[in-house]
Design a binder for this molecule. Sequence first.
Ligand code: ATP
Ligand code: MG
Ligand code: MG
Ligand code: MG
Length: 352
Amino acid sequence: MKTKLGLLYGGKSAEHQVSLQTALAVMKALDLEKFEIHPIYINVEGRWIKGPQLMEPAETVKELAYSADSQVPAALSPALFQSENQENAELDVIFPLLHGPNGEDGTVQGLLEILNLPYVGNGVLASAAGMDKVVMKNIFAQAGLGQVNYVSFIKSEWTGAKEEAYEQVEKELGYPCFVKPANLGSSVGISKCRNRAELDTAFSEAFQFDRKVIIEEGVTAREIEIAVLGNDAPECSVAGEIVPKKDFYDYKAKYEDGETALIIPAEIPEDVYAVMKDMAIRAFKSLDCSGLVRADFFLTQDGKVLINEVNTMPGFTPFSMFPLLWKHTGVEYPQLIERLVDLAKERHAEKQ
Ligand code: ATP
Ligand code: MG
Ligand code: MG
Ligand code: MG
């Protein structure tokens, strides 16, 4: 029996485009002897669309989706998750190939929980806690994981007292610092600030994406990432290093320039790798993760390892760090997808 796999992609998020790339890559990689693919596209307005027209070639997918007459009005309708071919046959597993708010943040995961459907990746709590950089860092702090200093403001605190906010940042963190929307990814809305004027611009920018921002002490460090896979007994990949050609690893460097070098395996001392693996697993467990995460680290010039974040639904094209790390660890892209689907089934079975 083929696994009926619902691929949920697109999404009402600044990372919509990234998700499209991922979905197309996954569709291409799936072994059709083993899987029946059911694409479910969420457009930028948040409308859910499904149907075989979504299997068209890359360039046309978006337009087709917009013009589709098979629009599904109610996201909560269980019918949405029923197979096209067999009227009452529900999908076996959903793979939410979504990044950012409304996809990676526990909301879609909550919907799938209510529908009692197995789904790939992290559950509600881990997704929500991992999406909010402030909550995540607070939990990491409690777990004793080393990280940069940070402060946070919600929009109303900032609008009411900008000077005070900037003074606090300067006193507690200094320059350079990084201003980020609390709930996002792909470096969207992130700025590096060297002075008060840049700080002011950066806050305005970040608040366009979120009502909460986090400001972090800027470190000069190498950027190393480790991929984690599993449920109760998670395993780590080899480490990979990111070498951005620019000032930092911003959105353009990630998806447009193709200039950033990914070095896999990272050339780091064995003991540093051991520390990172241990921290990656502790981070995974501290947020009660399942399925997968990509743990991002800073390796400072004096050899200190700091965790920057985990991503509960990391970039997942065949050229993204997470699949490349597993490839170098011995798990090819199609096998990686199958392993994630198995982990989803396993986790769901445990809950029953
Ligand atoms: P993604 O989810 O795609 O990994 P993100 O939007 O969650 O990205 P971060 O990973 O936190 O963002 O930051 C993006 C990049 O900005 C980092 O890869 C790094 O290059 C730079 N950066 C972020 N925070 C700091 C910091 N505190 N010090 C130095 N550089 C930083
Ligand atoms: Mg992130
Ligand atoms: Mg992310
Ligand atoms: Mg990151």
